[in-house]
Structure formats: C-alpha cells, structure tokens
Design a protein around this ligand. Structure first.
Ligand SMILES: Cc1cc2nc3c(=O)[nH]c(=O)nc-3n(C[C@H](O)[C@H](O)[C@H](O)COP(=O)(O)OP(=O)(O)OC[C@H]3O[C@@H](n4cnc5c(N)ncnc54)[C@H](O)[C@@H]3O)c2cc1C
Length: 407
C-alpha cells in the first residue's frame, strides 16, 4: 500500500487525490487548513466556475518555462478535462469557448469533486495547517502543529498567495523553498490597477468597451480589448486583468508602468475625427458635451473633454479642427500612470512561483526531492482569464496523482 499525502484540498489537490486514488494499492489523504476542501472553487467564475476553455494551448499561459507548460497540456488537455468532469457526472455548457457547469453553480463542481474523492476512499482532514515537510529514507513526515502525518509520496498543492481569505496564504512557497526549490518572483495577476491621481475618477462606475495596452519603460508589452470598468481607484475589468501580470512584473522590477486606453477601438483616429467634423453642421450652437452626446457615457465624455483641454460648455462652433483632433487623440490614447496593482488579496492568481526548471514535466515530480510532487498555482505558470488557471490545476494535479499512485 502506498500512502500519498496531499497538502492542500483546492482544485489541483482534489484532481490529484481522485487520480491517485484510482490507482491500485493506494491510500490517499488530503490535509486542508480551511474548514472545507475546495473553498476557492466556490468563488470561481463569479460563482459559476469557468472550469476550462475549448481554445487550449500554451499561448494562453505565461511562464519562464513555457515549453514545460506546453508539455503538461499535451498530456492533459481540454478533452481530458472534459472527460474528467463527465466521469464525475457534470454536464457542461460552452459560451464562446468558455466551459461552465450547465447548472452554472460552482458549488456543484466542488461537491462532485469532494464526493468522488470520498467515494474512492480519500480521507479529507480539514482544519489542518501544514508547516513543514521532512523527506527521509523511509518516506516523508508532515508537520502540522501538534500533529504529524507520514506518507510515501507527498503532493504539494497549496496554491499561491492570491485571495488569501480563500485559503492560499503563501505557505506552499515557504515549504517548497525549505525543500530546496527556488522561486521565480511572485506578483499579483488578474488584478485591478491603481492609477496615481486618477484623471478618470469623475467617471467612476462607467463600464465601456475599450482596448487597454500595458507599456513598460515605453514599450507596449500586452494589449486586450473588452469591457473596461472605471473605478475611483483606477481601472478594472477583463482587459485590465489580462494585462495586469505584466504591470505587476514591471512594478516588481521598479520599471515605469503605464496603461494606454483606446475608448473607441472600432474606429481609426482619422475616421473618428472626420465623423465628428461631419456631424457638426446643425449642431453648432450646442455645448461641446452635448455635441458629443451619444458616443460615450456622459461622465466619460466630460473626463475626455477636460483631459483634452476643452471646456465642456464651449459651443461646438467654437471648436477648431485642431481641438477635434486633440479630442480624438485623447479618446484613442489616454495614458495613465500605474501606481500599483490592487495586491494579492484582490488578485485571482499569482504570476511566478516554483521554477518549472526544477520539475519533471511528465510527472510534476520535484527534481530535487524524490517522491515530492508540486502542482497548480504554486508553480511558475499563470493563465489568462477564461478557465486557463483551473485547467492548469486539473492538468498538473492529475499528472502528479497518476505518477504518485503508480510508483
Ligand atoms: C475570485 C477568483 C475567481 C477565479 N475564477 C476562476 C475561473 O473562473 N476560472 C479559472 O480557470 N480560474 C479561476 N480562478 C483561479 C483558480 O481558482 C486558481 O488558479 C486555482 O484554484 C489554483 O488551484 P490550486 O490547487 O493550485 O490552489 P487553490 O485552489 O488555491 O488550493 C490550495 C488549497 O491549499 C490549502 N492550503 C494552502 N496552504 C496550506 C497549508 N499550509 N496547509 C493546509 N492547507 C493549505 C488552501 O486552503 C486551498 O484549499 C479564480 C480565482 C479567484 C480567487
């Protein structure tokens, strides 16, 4: 009988437990410090759990070792994730390639995972906070306060340090380091951005279609288009989340980070300027803000006019061609200086983590400690919004569970 101890009962820990428990002669247990396993899953996808994505390859991930991510996804890809959940009895639905449970309840995903683990005989100990792991000649000792557990194999599935309130408090990094692993610097990702002296503050609450680009030391490093949310502290929404890991990395390196917003991605600058000049006849007596009504949310129009130095109450006929060009330029390229991200507590994931150079991508086994496997967000791989981070958790968890149970 092989005893497999899994530290952390989140997405990757549960996938690892189920896969390991299906192998012959295994005794599997999970040590989870929260009051229940899979607590974070309940909050995923706004309570609906976006569990994977039909468009699945390494281009949706970032890592210092992207080849390793590719190799993991080749062994456990989109089809494997679907099959894994179908076996649990989950019916799924697709929206633009994003996969959700058909019932749209993240709680059901958690319940099916926990139920399957228990059906296979996995013991889940909750309220157990692991502090240290000691490898020895006869297997591992796992220290959790007054209690000590033993195991032949250990799967470290503690997550990163994003959204600490949901369980992942960064203790996995400490344990991995104590076992000889090194970390690629960890920064918050899929997170909102704080703008110093926010010039869009008067438009807080506005949601609008926009393209958002990240600039680091003057170079465009990433862009995304989607629904931008303007807030009192800065900017949020999916396109901001998608570029945030680059900003996080830049700020960590003390580089200058800016976000440039295109509030009208569907139109070229010259086309928009021509359109405005064409709509002027008949509207000359209108105030500038009224002349522009119907294009953007009125609060945003006010901000854009003031940023381009045009008084909102100026009459439209007073606007010179150069004013129109300045305004269109502002709409297409509003540059904001990023002060900070909203930090790990507000982030959905972490970028960085245990270096994949130190992991055997076929099994997720540590290259330093035989019998130790590391999975999920703890590793240096982060996905974009769209089910990619959970796919990484299922994939790395399943590979580790399979290998640990097979030895
Ligand atoms: C609000 C929110 C929404 C998200 N939505 C999505 C989504 O829709 N789609 C998607 O793909 N991704 C989403 N993610 C990201 C995704 O949830 C994570 O990437 C994924 O859960 C990581 O899996 P994991 O197993 O590595 O870590 P986790 O799921 O964080 O699990 C780690 C577990 O280990 C436990 N633990 C940690 N340290 C210890 C210790 N020392 N002792 C004992 N137990 C410990 C924790 O309590 C936790 O249960 C979201 C994240 C957040 C925060």
């Amino acid at each position: 009988m092989k005893k497999i101890g899994i530290i952390g009962g989140g997405a990757s820990g549960l996938a690892a437990a189920i896969t390991a428990a299906k192998q012959k002669d295994t005794e599997v247990y999970i040590l989870e410090h929260k009051e229940q396993a899979g607590k974070k899953l309940l909050s995923t996808g706004n309570g609906r759990c976006n569990l994977t994505n039909e468009k699945m390859d390494s281009s949706f991930f970032r890592s210092s070792e992207i080849k390793c991510v590719e190799a993991v996804l080749e062994q456990f890809g989109y089809e494997d994730a679907i099959h894994f959940f179908e076996e649990l009895g989950l019916m799924m639905r697709k929206r633009n390639g994003y996969i959700y449970p058909r019932c749209e309840q993240a709680a059901v995903v958690r319940e099916l995972l926990v139920r399957e683990a228990e059906r296979l005989g996995v013991k889940i100990y909750t309220g157990v906070h692991v502090t240290e792991v000691f490898p020895g000649r006869k297997g591992f000792k796992i220290s959790a306060g007054q209690e000590t557990f033993s195991a032949d194999r250990v799967i470290l599935a503690c997550g990163g340090c994003a959204a600490k309130v949901l369980g992942s408090d960064g203790s996995g990094y400490r344990i991995a380091k104590s076992l000889g692993h090194s970390l690629v610097p960890v920064v918050p990702a899929l997170v909102q951005l704080k703008i110093g002296d926010n010039p869009l503050k008067a438009a807080a609450g506005v949601r609008t279609e926009a393209s958002v680009s990240a600039y680091v030391d003057g170079n465009n490093v990433a862009s995304d288009t989607g629904e931008l949310q303007i807030t009192d502290y800065g900017i949020s929404g999916i396109p901001v989340f998608q570029i945030s890991r680059y900003i996080g990395k830049a700020l960590y390196k003390k580089q200058k980070a800016k976000a440039a917003i295109d509030f009208l991605p569907s139109m070229e600058e010259a086309e928009f300027a021509k359109y405005l000049m064409k709509r002027l006849p008949g509207r000359e007596e209108m105030k500038a803000a009224d002349f522009l009504a119907g294009i953007f949310n009125s609060k945003l129009t006010g901000c854009l006019l003031s940023l381009s130095g045009i008084f909102t109450k100026r009459r439209a006929w007073e606007l010179k061609e150069e004013d129109i060009w300045r305004f269109t330029r502002q709409c297409k390229h509003t540059v904001l200086s990023i002060q900070d991200t909203r930090g790990f507590d507000n982030a959905q994931v972490c970028a960085g983590g245990v270096s994949l150079q130190e992991i055997d991508w076929r099994t997720m086994e540590s290259c330093y400690v035989k019998g130790l496997y590391i999975t999920g967000e703890l590793l240096d791989a982060d996905g974009m919004c769209g089910g990619y981070n959970l796919q990484w958790a299922w994939a790395s968890g399943a590979l580790a569970g399979r290998a640990a149970g097979n030895l």
